[in-house]
Design a protein around this ligand. Structure first.
Ligand code: BES
Ligand code: MN
Ligand code: ZN
Length: 501
């Protein structure tokens, strides 16, 4: 699908997103007149509820089909994204090769954001899962979404350049999100640590950021003992992938952000084995890694004026004679010893080493780790927000705002030291699990905090409930792409109003 701005010529079909507000009756009257139909009937039958679709055929007009698409009451980014994505998913088979999107009735202040959201939404609605199906030919193959198809945007007068730039941004986010969803939806046997490392290397070459991979021998020689311990039970050795994006425009003032993402390519729980019923979903335990990779690709594609450093620890948490056992004491890159009281609390171990390693080499202005870390965050706040853990109020505010602006919500959790007291071990410096079935997402954050070298602007995001979920787009749970937009917009926030210490 390519995106164009058109001025005069009318496309064969036109999507018209409409808000449920005071302007609706007037806009519907105009549309009714264009279609040569009765305004009052249309006003009665189309209410512009979120995701509502009303198809109108215009006999006399050059436009054959109008798709009225309800946005609900709020003209926010998230509302436009949700409605357009749902629409294009449901109607893709019916849309002609050239489909228009009429945005002429939106105010200039909202236009760029809404264009970005609509292009992302329409394009994501075309996403095809089933990468590993042998039956490739869908019948009938949707025209819209094929290589030759066009989304033709109609923008208010004098806004073409601005609208086109916003549309390009929407396309970049959609393309990157689809690639990241492919990685997330891939099964464990098609994305072992070395395969994911290769995936990241290729992405770096294609989009323009540096990638360095530390393999098994490097992990041993560098003393990344905690990462090594988690990967020990697997024939596919762990890896630590280091990413660096430096913009060509770099100056002393360029902000610098560090990103770390949990990349457990499959989590059986290890010897502290998980129940089998939902274990297949644990192919998604690299959602943090996927989000971090997504941010690097977007930043490089959009040439954002920010420096990014990243660390992605990759490991497969397996059950084997060589696996770590409950009670084992392991070392870590930071030098602290850890009693592994639960091998299923593996994410915090690999994050500990990745964070400590990154901080040994770099000192970013802000450091964020993202991880599908605990079932506990789902029990606490469910599937509609990710947990945010930080002691830095300014950072919390920036992250929360970035999240609510794009519909990837964050909810701040407490970080009081009392939550970390049960991490004391009798035999080592720390243990990885408190042994108590309460506030586990918070004690996990307190564990990780020990490895952040007192960095004043560190935040941990627990995306266990938001990275992989139920939706109208798939049969079972599938990738959401959560974190890519949120973290990119956070990075842009850092560009606008930097944070320095
Ligand atoms: N990967 C899981 C967390 C998870 C659970 C992610 C559900 C997505 C959906 C993590 O490694 C894990 O097993 N956490 C344990 C921690 C416990 C042993 C302290 C958990 O949440 O039960
Ligand atoms: Mn686990
Ligand atoms: Zn895990």
């Amino acid at each position: 699908m390519t995106v164009k701005i058109i001025d005069k010529k009318s496309p064969d079909a036109l999507i018209i997103p409409l808000l449920q507000d005071d302007s609706l009756p007037g806009l519907l009257a105009d549309i009714a007149a264009r279609a040569g139909t009765d305004a009052s009937c249309l006003q009665r039958d189309f209410l512009a509820e979120q995701k509502e679709v009303f198809v109108l055929y215009a006999s006399g007009s050059p436009v054959i089909r109008f798709y009225l698409l309800g946005l609900g009451k709020k003209n926010g980014f998230a509302e436009m994204l949700v409605a357009t994505r749902s629409f294009s998913h449901r109607y893709k088979a019916k849309l002609p090769l050239k489909t228009g999107l009429d945005l002429r009735h939106f105010s200039n202040a909202d236009l760029a954001r809404l264009t970005d959201a609509a292009v992302t939404g329409i394009s994501l609605g075309l996403y095809k899962m089933g990468k590993f199906r042998t039956e490739k030919n869908e019948k009938p193959a949707p025209l819209f979404g094929s290589g030759k198809s066009e989304l033709q945007i109609m923008a208010p007068p004098g806004t073409n350049a601005q609208t086109l730039a916003a549309a390009r941004r929407g396309e970049v986010f959609a393309a990157v999100t689809q690639q990241i969803m492919d990685l997330m939806n891939a099964p464990g046997n098609r994305k072992t640590p070395d395969m994911v490392a290769d995936w990241i290397k290729n992405a770096g070459e294609e989009s323009g950021f540096n990638v360095k991979v530390l393999g098994k021998e490097d992990i041993i020689s560098e003393g990344l003992d905690a990462l090594f311990a988690v990967g020990k039970g697997s024939p596919h050795p762990p890896a630590l992938v280091l990413l660096d994006y430096t913009p060509v425009t770099r100056t002393k003032k360029t902000p610098f952000v560090g990103l770390v993402g949990k990349g457990v390519t499959f989590d059986t729980g290890g010897v502290s084995l998980k129940p089998s019923s939902n274990m297949h979903l644990m192919k998604s335990d690299m959602g943090g890694a996927a989000a971090v990779l997504g941010v690097f690709i977007v930043a490089a594609s959009l040439q954002l004026p920010v420096r990014l450093t990243g660390a992605i620890p990759l490991a497969e948490n397996m059950v084997d004679g060589l696996s770590i056992k409950p009670g084992d004491v392991i070392g870590s890159y930071a030098g602290k010893t850890i009693e592994v009281t639960d091998t299923d609390a593996e994410g915090r171990l690999i994050l500990a080493d990745a964070l400590a390693y990154l901080l040994k080499k770099e000192r970013p202005d802000a450091l964020i780790d993202v991880a599908t870390l605990t079932g506990s965050i789902i029990r606490a706040i469910g599937y509609f927000a990710a947990g945010m853990f930080t002691q830095n109020d300014e950072l919390a505010e920036k992250l929360a705002r970035s999240g609510s602006n794009c519909g990837e919500r964050l909810w701040r959790m407490p970080m009081w030291d009392e939550y970390g007291t049960d991490l004391k071990s009798d035999v080592a410096d720390l243990r990885n699990f408190t042994g108590k079935p309460m506030a586990e997402s918070i004690s996990a954050a307190k564990f990780i905090e020990h490895f952040t070298d007192k960095h004043p602007a560190w935040a941990h995001l627990d995306i266990a409930g938001t990275a992989f979920g139920d939706s109208e787009f798939a049969q079972g749970k599938s990738a959401t792409g959560f974190g890519i937009r949120l973290l990119t917009e956070f990075v842009e926030e850092m560009i606008k109003t930097p944070m320095r210490h």
